[in-house]
Design a protein around this ligand. Structure first.
Ligand code: DGJ
Length: 703
């Protein structure tokens, strides 16, 4: 992460003369916290930083609790050993520390009677226009456990106004569908309760009717957590809106023994005056700057993945034949997907036994990997560590290692069950298996899949007061497993997958280099999924393969499919051994075009010029940080007679973004040179005719 100058840090948190009020500033936002004369810590204001008079104050406790008047959504609900369920907090201390280069305010409160200490953190990220919030609770007593029934990461309160919420929901094959709804009095909750979300915890709240893409107030946020989460948007009768989010404590509790503490995951809250584009700039650059450091600034390779070509039917001869063509067309990383491990003839067997299937690969994997390496390709492999098929050696040996309750059905999904990764022996088994796989084979890429929702979260062999914390422990061990393996095998790339984009969030993105965006690789559907994905996450994490899928019977051309997949990290998934010379030539040309633009695509700033959710076309622009080069992707999904439907009545000009106004740019393939100001204020003519047609062109500074 970029670090700030000392001056910027000092501006970020200003402490009042009494040492008991704090003005927190990012580039656009101001956030104020004050301690009242009664010792209550109140959040006073969150919005435009110029509003110094705080004319639209919306005080709410900085840490709303269960106790006293029932007004705000509580972020903390506990039961003390004597059965008292109300909390009464009062201010104790505060300090400002620097964490990874950014200033962080820690305010500690404690219960007026019981041994409970609560520290609320606010880390200020000025150039992202965001603050990070999290809460730490400690049982400071000598005896008795405090039962935590709810601990969110934080809450913010918006000034009185009429608001609309946009959030992203989805289902398998249709990830991140934006949904916009008016916030009326009451609570709107978005949440996950089964470890899978094809949507996102990211959201935007805007004053009703304000929908300019590039301008206007937006409060936004996202939770950095991959387990169950929940975010409440609560509008009071008076008109203020409180947003509270964090882990979902549905069917969950933590028992804090004397001396024990628990810290919530981090929740980001932001405020921008730059409309949705400001949100994309903030969330996208935050996610990019927090990618695993080892590969953060590296160019992502062009991938081949064998899943669509083979499904489970893999063998050395065919893999080598695929690799040979992959190399010819310009692929750099060859990945074998599902099907390579013991007993994996279909999806009814094998998960859990992470050794090679000797029936399919009699010599093991390494001899094949050596042949693939000799072709000049790196090699990657698919695993699904968190799962087990009942038909596996692992399950036969340890049927108790899966989540289950006695006397209750074990609910299978895709014929598999979830291992209880909260158990140390499960962690050790997975660590040892994957460690051996990576040690014994020259593997440079792991695709880490997770295909079943969480059911039957029983762990009855654990002490009674730990059983309902099982989901938390599971997630801790998942993060620990990935982090440990990455430390030991730093050169290996890691891809996050969950039946497509079922588990994509900022916590995964800080541990994995890529996300498999969706199992839906139809180019038309992908244009929508990718538009949403790129609103929230950076392009260098978005893997997109060209495959034979055609969900809408449009028979799109191979060129069109490549143009869609080139908007992120390009991959190929066809059975390319069946390609004729014409197809290979198209692929080779497209891959070489991608290699020429990928630096800008993967590292540049993305602008969604025209969203497919608004029109029957889509335009994406990627611009280098130094604004010398931009790459523009243009897709048309339908063509109508001129001046019929609304889209066709609009100007055919598309205005570019993010260029330098005074620099002159040449449009690729033409002799035309325009100033940046012209391209941004007048625009370029939409350069595509016909349905399912596309074009990619660059705009290059000439002086
Ligand atoms: C689900 C993934 O999303 C697919 O890409 C593929 O890896 C299959 N699992 C393999 O079982």
């Amino acid at each position: 992460m970029a670090t700030l100058s000392v001056a910027a840090q000092q501006d970020a948190i200003t402490v009042g003369a009494d040492g008991k009020s704090w003005d927190i500033a990012t580039r656009s936002s101001g956030y104020r916290v004050e301690v009242s004369t009664r010792g209550e810590v109140n959040a006073i204001y969150f919005g435009n930083r110029l509003n110094l008079e705080r004319t639209n104050r919306a005080p709410v406790f900085e840490v709303p609790v269960r106790g006293g008047y029932v007004s705000a959504v509580p972020v903390l609900e506990v039961v003390f050993p004597d059965g008292v369920r109300d909390v009464e907090l009062e201010y104790k201390t505060s300090e400002i520390v620097t964490m990874d280069g950014y200033p962080a305010l820690k305010i500690t409160q404690s219960d007026r009677h019981y041994p409970l200490e609560v520290s609320s953190w606010i880390r200020v990220l000025p150039e992202y226009d965001m603050i990070e919030k999290w809460i730490e609770v400690v049982n400071t007593g000598k005896k008795g456990s405090i039962r935590v029934e709810n601990l969110l990461s934080g809450s913010v309160s918006l000034p009185k106004d009429a608001y609309e919420l946009t959030h992203y929901s989805g289902v398998w094959g249709y990830e991140f569908v934006p949904q916009t709804t008016k916030l009326t009095q009451g609570t709107k909750t978005i949440q996950v309760r089964d470890f899978k979300s094809y949507g996102s915890s990211s959201f935007m709240v805007r004053p009703e009717g304000e929908n300019d893409k590039y301008d206007g107030k937006v409060w936004f946020g996202s939770l950095s957590y991959s387990g169950n989460w929940r975010i409440d948007f609560d509008k009071s009768f008076a008109g203020n809106v409180q947003i509270a989010g964090g882990m979902n404590f549905w069917d969950q509790e933590i028992h804090l023994k004397p001396g024990q503490s628990f810290t919530s995951p981090r929740m980001l809250f932001g405020y921008t005056e730059r409309g949705a584009e400001g949100v994309t700039a903030s969330l996208g650059s935050y996610a990019r700057d927090n990618l695993p450091a080892v590969h953060r600034d590296r160019i992502r390779p062009v991938l081949y993945n064998s899943w669509y070509a083979t499904t489970f039917n893999v063998n050395e001869e065919h893999q080598l034949a695929l690799a040979k063509v992959a190399k010819e067309i310009g692929v750099e990383m060859f990945v074998i997907d599902d099907g390579w491990f013991k007993g994996r003839v279909n999806d009814r067997a094998g998960l859990g036994d992470w050794t090679v299937d000797r029936n399919k690969f009699p010599e093991g994997l390494q001899p094949m990997i050596e042949k693939i390496n000799a072709m000049g390709l790196d090699f990657g492999i698919w695993i699904e560590p968190e799962m087990v098929n009942p038909n596996s050696d692992l399950y036969r040996a340890h049927p108790d290692w899966v989540f289950h309750f006695p006397n209750r059905q074990r609910h299978e999904g895709r014929n598999q069950l979830i291992l209880n990764l909260a158990r140390e022996e499960v962690y050790q088994y997975l660590y040892t298996s994957i460690h051996a796989l990576l040690k014994e084979n020259n593997i440079k890429f792991i695709k880490w899949d997770m295909n079943k929702v969480l059911t039957d979260p029983g762990w009855t062999s654990a002490p009674a007061d730990e059983q309902r914390a099982v989901r938390i422990k599971y997630m801790e061990n998942l993060y620990r497993l990935v982090e440990t393996l990455r430390k030991e095998f730093p050169e290996v790339w890691f891809e996050n997958c969950s039946s497509g984009g079922g588990r994509i969030d900022l916590a995964m993105t800080s541990r994995f280099d890529f996300n498999w965006t969706s199992d839906n690789t139809d180019p038309t559907d992908r244009i929508f999924i990718q538009d949403s994905y790129l609103t929230l996450f950076p392009a260098n994490t978005m893997i997109s393969w060209v495959t034979q899928e055609d969900w809408h019977r449009q028979e799109p051309s191979l060129e069109y499919k490549f143009d869609v997949s080139m908007a992120g990290v390009l991959g190929v998934g066809y059975d390319i051994t069946k390609w004729d010379d014409r197809q290979k030539k198209i692929a080779a040309d497209k891959i070489s075009q991608y290699k020429a633009i990928r630096e800008t695509v993967q590292k540049g700033d993305v602008y969604r010029i025209v969203s497919p959710f608004e029109e029957n076309r889509s335009i994406l622009q990627y611009t280098d940080k130094n604004r010398r080069k931009a790459v523009v992707f243009v897709y048309q999904m339908a063509e109508y007679p001129s001046n019929t439907i609304k889209d066709t009545q609009r100007s055919p000009l598309a205005k570019l973004r993010g260029l330098s106004p005074d620099t002159r740019y040449q449009i690729e393939g033409t002799n035309e040179v325009f100033s940046g100001k012209y391209l941004m204020e007048v625009g370029v003519e939409f350069p595509v005719r016909g349905a399912y047609k596309s074009r990619i062109f660059t705009v290059n500074a000439v002086e």
